[in-house]
Design a protein around this ligand. Structure first.
Ligand code: PAF
Length: 272
């Protein structure tokens, strides 16, 4: 992989990179399209990163379909697919850990997650040597973590965010949607519905964060098999809680539907 990247760089060409854990969907493909637009060569990685899963999480059952992923990536114009069997030697002991951003939202119920993400992305960047890397905004906190890490450690890679891609009924695309039964999929719609409701009540003049969270929570708990991990309204850069929508804010939520943990988010603007 490094040899390929070095050869591309010698030709003065820019490498755009989309890192994935595979089981690709339209969300990933939209990031690849953006990569194609921004770079001269497109690199895609497929690696289910054990370091970002907690001991009771779904590492073993995480959906995989390597042949289909290769087919889709090639169709989207990937010039190279990097799919290592493993990335951590037996004696591995060097991790990247951010001080503040992981102490919010998903980082609270997934204490090792962002350390695993930051570490694998650093390793992938050192191997793929991208000029540009594209990450989905559905994992909004992950995007902030990677941007911060790239700034803090002077990575020579531009970090670009790609918008959330949704199913026609509003469900944010995720590889984990494949775990849902038909009934659970209906419950999963409560995440996007609650974000839509938040926007609607803000337009009516309600800007109190606690009230908006209460309304969102009522929508989610009215659906079967849902357990809220968090619903937060917070600063879109620091992730610190906000009391009122007096400037654009991030509303982010994580909900377990059956055994499947889903996330979604939206930027909320103050009323017109
Ligand atoms: O967003 C993902 O799929 C993963 O967290 C990433 C960035 C590929 C790192 O494993």
């Amino acid at each position: 992989m490094q040899t390929w990247s070095d050869a591309v760089k010698r030709q003065d060409k820019r490498i755009a990179f989309v890192p994935t854990m595979g089981f690709l969907h339209e969300g990933h493909l939209s990031l690849m399209k953006e990569g194609r637009r921004l770079g001269d060569k497109l690199a895609v990685s497929i690696f289910v990163n054990p370091a970002q899963f907690g001991p009771t999480e779904d590492l073993e059952s995480y959906p995989r379909d390597f042949d289909r992923d290769c087919e889709l990536s090639e169709k989207e114009g990937a010039d190279v697919i990097f799919a290592p069997d493993e990335l951590y030697g037996r004696e591995f002991q060097t991790y990247i850990k951010l001080e503040k951003l992981p102490n919010h939202l998903c980082g609270i119920s997934r204490p090792v997650h962002f350390r695993g993400v930051a570490t694998v992305v650093t390793k992938l960047f050192n191997i793929v040597k991208p000029d540009i890397a594209i990450f989905g905004e559905k994992d909004y906190q992950q995007l902030l973590v990677i941007r911060q890490m790239a700034r803090d450690l002077n990575f020579d890679t531009e970090i670009v965010g790609g918008p959330i891609v949704r199913e026609p009924d509003g469900l944010a695309m995720s590889s984990r949607n494949s775990y849902l039964t038909d009934e659970q999929r209906v419950s999963a719609l409560s995440l996007s519905k609650s974000l839509k409701k938040a926007r609607a009540i803000i337009e009516k003049g309600i800007t109190d964060a606690a009230k908006i969270i209460e309304e969102a929570s009522a929508i989610i708990t009215s659906h079967p098999e849902t357990v809220i991990d968090y619903i937060a309204i917070c600063d879109a850069e620091t992730l610190d809680d906000m009391q009122s929508i007096d400037r654009p804010a991030l509303m982010a939520l994580a909900v377990k539907v059956g055994k499947t943990r889903l996330i979604d988010n939206a930027i909320l603007s103050p009323p017109h």
